[in-house]
Design a protein around this ligand. Structure first.
Ligand SMILES: *[C@@H]1O[C@H](CO)[C@@H](O)[C@H](O)[C@H]1NC(C)=O
Ligand SMILES: *[C@@H]1O[C@H](CO)[C@@H](O)[C@H](O)[C@H]1NC(C)=O
Ligand SMILES: *[C@@H]1O[C@H](CO)[C@@H](O)[C@H](O)[C@H]1NC(C)=O
Ligand SMILES: *[C@@H]1O[C@H](CO)[C@@H](O)[C@H](O)[C@H]1NC(C)=O
Length: 463
């Protein structure tokens, strides 16, 4: 009796065990994802995310990570043994010409799901708990949040060779990504999914979206950026400053326009809404050098007037705004070197500035400026942060500008506009740093809105 039911009974027993194990597996995997989500800050308030994000200790209080890790290891081993047994059983059945139905059922419904579960479990790297050092625990956590191998490789700290340490005692190099990257897991994984050494997708727009949403800095990549199919050498510098560049030098794939001429303010389908008219050189030529044209306002200061305040002292500076580099071009003619921030919001602003022979700096509002303290002679700002900007964010930005300006450096706020009702708040922001006021002009923009322009000088701060 016992012999005659051999394949069926054995199979039923195996199935019973498999069901128990798979059930346990489901619980385990849910537990794992839950702790991963928890530690990534998904159940915390905004303020807490940063504090908790890198610190596994907080999360693992009262939770034995080591034994958890050991149990996962055991389950993986059990699964593997079970899979091997099942596979040999399937082969045996094949040899003995067992019922085709059972074999197919075993293979499709059990062996292959078991295999996937095994693979999935192995992909979860439980934080390695090393009692000796406190450091390894912290970063593994963020690393395990991402599935794409390139992201993991990027954010894994790289140990210096042969134990070299730097001036500050660091023995490894950390690559950083913006903490909001965890909110855009899918997009970031898409961005980082490529073959090393091959061509990247034409996906700068995805990258910019990630950056503007706070995944900034983005990870570096190891693929080759595509260039325009028919790149021409740029115009020589004595011509490039005031000439529209050659459209063939830009990849237009992610824009509505296909050439520079199409970006004219008269074209309603130009695809961008900030700095309208910036691509019309005849209009640009009038900015900051003349105030007797129809577009100029009392809030428009002239470059010559501003430079006269600090004769010969203004040599380097930052233009913080959205534009095509005209401010930097005019300043270059005065032998002043200006770096212009630029984002490609619907038009190739970065390419345009570079093709004019000027330096575009691709940064968002999110980032601390990559300049050292007390270094810049001038910070000029226009068209970027108007009445929409949150006051706290503006405060952080203002203090950052203050940091990079040298003593006696100039802060030129150019055509800042906001709602009349908000003017007091913004004025307070600009005046709180107690700069010397060289110019300060307010003029109406519309019924509800006003313009504010100011030229302020950073005090010495000799303390
Ligand atoms: C681990 O952290 C404790 C305090 O949290 C500190 O005293 C100790 O020096 C750290 N050990 C290492 C190896 O960093
Ligand atoms: C620019 O300079 C080049 C040589 O340096 C010269 O051949 C060319 O005529 C100049 N262009 C203009 C518009 O001055
Ligand atoms: C200003 O506008 C008037 C009419 O709108 C026009 O006739 C005049 O040429 C313009 N002046 C300048 C300097 O553009
Ligand atoms: C800029 O520098 C050049 C070369 O030193 C000089 O010839 C020119 O006059 C300077 N321009 C201004 C506006 O100072």
């Amino acid at each position: 009796m016992g012999r005659s039911c051999f394949p069926k009974c054995k199979l039923a027993r195996i199935m019973g065990w498999i069901q128990i194990i798979l059930g346990g597996l489901v619980i385990l995997v849910s537990l794992l994802s839950l702790t991963r989500f928890y530690s990534a800050g998904f159940f915390l308030h905004n303020e807490d995310i940063c504090q908790h994000f890198y610190n596994l200790r907080d999360v693992s209080d009262g939770f034995d990570v080591k034994s958890f890790s050991d149990r996962v290891g055991e389950v993986i081993d059990m699964l593997e043994a079970l899979q091997a047994k099942l596979e040999s059983k399937v082969q045996e059945m094949e040899k003995n010409k067992g019922t085709m139905l059972d074999k197919k059922f075993l293979e499709d419904q059990i062996v292959s799901p078991l295999h996937s579960a095994n693979v999935a479990l192995r992909q979860i790297r439980v934080p390695k708990v090393d009692e000796g050092t406190n450091s390894t625990v912290k970063e593994d956590h963020l690393i395990n949040f991402f599935i794409i191998e390139e992201i993991r490789k990027y954010i894994t700290p790289k140990e210096n060779r042969v134990g070299k340490i730097n001036l500050y005692g660091a023995d490894k190099v950390y690559n950083t990504i913006g903490h909001a990257c965890v909110l855009y897991k899918k997009e970031l994984e898409k961005y980082m999914d490529y073959d090393i050494g091959s061509y990247c997708d034409d996906d700068w727009n995805l990258a910019q979206k990630l950056m503007l949403n706070g995944c900034d800095p983005l990870p570096r990549r190891r693929c080759l950026t595509r260039a325009s199919k028919e790149y021409q050498k740029p115009h020589p510098i004595n011509e490039s400053l005031w000439r529209l560049p050659d459209g063939r030098n830009v990849r237009w794939g992610n824009y509505q326009c296909r050439n520079f001429e199409c970006l004219s303010s008269k074209n309603p389908k130009r695809g961008y809404s900030k700095c309208i008219g910036c691509f019309q050189m005849e209009k640009e030529k009038l900015k900051w050098v003349t105030n007797n044209n129809n577009n100029s306002l009392v809030v428009d200061f002239l470059i010559s007037d501003v430079l006269a305040i600090k004769q010969g002292e203004v040599r380097i500076g930052l233009d913080y705004g959205i534009g095509t580099g005209t401010f930097a071009a005019r300043m270059r003619e005065q032998n002043v070197t200006i770096v212009s921030t630029a984002l490609n919001l619907g038009a190739p602003f970065n390419e345009m500035i570079a093709l004019r022979g000027l330096v575009p700096l691709y940064v968002t509002l999110n980032q601390r400026l990559p300049f050292f303290d007390n270094t810049m002679d001038l910070v000029h700002t226009t068209g970027f942060m108007d009445g929409w900007i949150d006051l706290l964010l503006l405060d952080f930005i203002l203090y950052d500008w203050d940091r990079i300006l040298r003593p006696g450096g100039l802060l030129w706020i150019d055509r800042f506009f906001c709602n009349r009702n908000d003017l007091d708040d913004y004025m307070y922001m600009f005046l709180q740093l107690r700069y010397k006021k060289h110019k300060w002009v307010i003029s109406p923009k519309s019924k509800e809105e006003v313009y504010l322009s100011a030229l302020l000088e950073k005090p010495p701060r000799a303390i």
